[in-house]
Write a protein that binds this ligand. Sequence first.
Ligand code: COA
Length: 260
Amino acid sequence: MNLTNVLYERKEAYALITVNRPDKLNALNRLTLEELKAGFSEAAHDPAVRAVVLTGAGEKAFVAGADISEIANLDAQTGRQFALFGQELFRTIETLAKPVIAAVNGFALGGGCELAMACHVRIASENAQFGQPEVSLGVIPGYGGTQRLARLVGRGRALELVLTGDRIDARRAFEMGLVNGVVPQGGLLAKASDMAEKMASKAPAAIAHCLSAVSAGLDMPLEEGCYLEATLFGLCCATQDMKEGTQAFLQKRKPAFTGR
Ligand code: COA
């Protein structure tokens, strides 16, 4: 793919997508968002890609936010469009039928924290810092931060972060459930790629249905969520991979999933 601010690399079973504006701490300007959209579309449509790792270029930042030089020129109408454009991309990431792992290698502020939260799993390096500093700029989080942060860490902790604009370190982010794990910076990509490869080795339909059941189910009453789960369980039972997985267990061998 011919992109400027995003690197797209096809690894064996997963795609590594890197936000690549290190001189601006990988801030998300319009072009970067458009290229991220192209990268995730490529990952969605390539059947050989079964997971995605998303990270930032350099050692300092995952993404230091939406590009403040673009925010500075917004008015009421363009501001709403700006938020909706980013939200649409982040929703695309969140609803991808393949696992997306954020490898957070430094600052994840504002839109960067929101981008990480739109991913399914977050692994942070020890130097990572998280925060929603928008109120210091006179705005609120616009890429889903007020919604996903509260869902991930609870209303009180989300409001503390959003209302103070304070930054928290990786340990604190782990304690409050914002990230799944913390590793030394040198081991971050290895940890994320190990996880991506493990997820990529499972039955693709089962993985996709797990993503739907958990994500869509969280927005439903328990009874409806369990109903959805039963329906998706039934769909798994119609796949060849289900036959293969169960037979492989019974025959004491490794399954060879084909995605059918
Ligand atoms: N938008 C646009 N540019 C940004 C940016 C952002 N969100 N975050 C960093 N940059 C740019 C800086 O303007 C600077 O560019 P320059 O070298 O052309 O002047 C470059 O990235 C390096 O940033 P700098 O501030 O010099 O690094 P630092 O180590 O001193 O501070 C931060 C790092 C992350 C604390 C600081 O850059 C910052 O507060 N960024 C904004 C965070 C934010 O408010 N994000 C939410 C936006 S809604």
